[in-house]
Design a protein around this ligand. Sequence first.
Ligand SMILES: Cc1cc2nc3c(=O)[nH]c(=O)nc-3n(C[C@H](O)[C@H](O)[C@H](O)COP(=O)(O)OP(=O)(O)OC[C@H]3O[C@@H](n4cnc5c(N)ncnc54)[C@H](O)[C@@H]3O)c2cc1C
Length: 410
Amino acid sequence: MTKCDVAIIGAGPYGLSATAHLRKVKGLDVHTFGEPMSFWERNMPTGMLLRSGWAASHIADPNQSLTLEAYQAASSNHFSSPVPLNCFIDYGLWYQRQAVPDLDQRKIARVESDAKGFRLILEEGETVLARRLVVAAGIGSFTWRPPEFAGLPCSLASHTSEHRELRRFAGKQVLVIGSGQSALESAALLHESGAEVEIVARARQIHWLGGLVSKTIHFGLGPTISKLLYAPTDVGPAGISQVVARPDLVRRLPRSIQDWLRKRSIRPLGARWLVARLQNVPINLGRSVVSAAPVGERIKVQLNDGGERTIDHVLLGTGYRVDVSKYDFLAPELTQSISRFQGYPRLSEGFESSVPRLHFLGAPAVWSFGPLMQFVVGTHYSSRSLLRCVVRKAAADRVRVGEPLVAELG
Ligand SMILES: Cc1cc2nc3c(=O)[nH]c(=O)nc-3n(C[C@H](O)[C@H](O)[C@H](O)COP(=O)(O)OP(=O)(O)OC[C@H]3O[C@@H](n4cnc5c(N)ncnc54)[C@H](O)[C@@H]3O)c2cc1C
């Protein structure tokens, strides 16, 4: 049976960055599991561009040496902002080879509590015992499918995350539901692939990033004012951006203010460069689907304005709803013992849950640390915070069992 001090589940930006940071602690045995960048590789569409700007798309590393620029210098891959998806995946894989070359790509089937920490059972049946566990398993388990589409086969109604290749819809009629980046960009890619696309969204208007207010601030008021109002983290509107860039501050604010900041910062938005690409795509706002049913090989949907459509496919750009009980590898007894609010674990300093030595990184940390945690840029805060906590607590754990840890930063 393998034993380690810290096991990390996940090899996306959060898991890789956390591993790179914890590897700085001499004598700390860190074991990381997961397929590197698998969510980006399998669950985002070919041709996608990153919505986050250049400065907000580096995966944090302790020496600040694994940046997008360093990757470009080391490879022959040259690109600029907006960062193309395939380049970002290559960057992530390069980061993994540099920082976590011994990544264990096997899948964790089950995690149970153990007297000394956590028992991880791999799909192949092997068991790993870890004193501390970091869950950085992403949002793939949290896809939101509205109830109107329950029971319909994926051939008729599918979530945007189910597609890598949207070109398979060429020549088909597709209704896209939603008004966030994922829905809008999927609609643009479908249109450019030769599908007949229409968008339906509950929102009364589409919020575009970089609108009039942002343009006036960036170009009209000059770089100093612009820097005062917008943090390089690139999350949230003017002013709010500077607050949410400081998770330590966010978590000390009254709950009602934290909730307001979150809503303002991660409401559905579309990147400005999508406007021209969607010029010839009909967009129906203020509408929702009230029912959907198969009609032969097609699907008929009824809208709340009385309209109906019979099309080949409905693509649900309806996003994700965090609920850690949906991580199927966590034993139900373990999940039940985690203090949660609406599916989010309540986390304290170091991203530790109410179950001692169990940490959650990425989107599940949004409720406790704010909207930054939903984006790659949040790794700059989460990895450092985790490192500080582990250095402090892991040394104490080891002393308790008589094996002092050289908690020395290498
Ligand atoms: C369409 C779309 C576009 C986006 N664009 C941007 C953007 O432009 N900029 C931005 O900052 N963010 C963007 N995001 C958000 C992005 O998904 C997150 O920022 C990022 O993926 C979070 O990284 P993560 O490490 O938490 O999760 P992920 O990247 O999802 O990684 C999860 C990891 O966990 C592993 N894993 C899961 N379960 C197990 C298991 N049982 N055993 C072993 N390993 C497991 C997976 O293999 C994977 O390695 C976008 C999201 C979507 C859906």
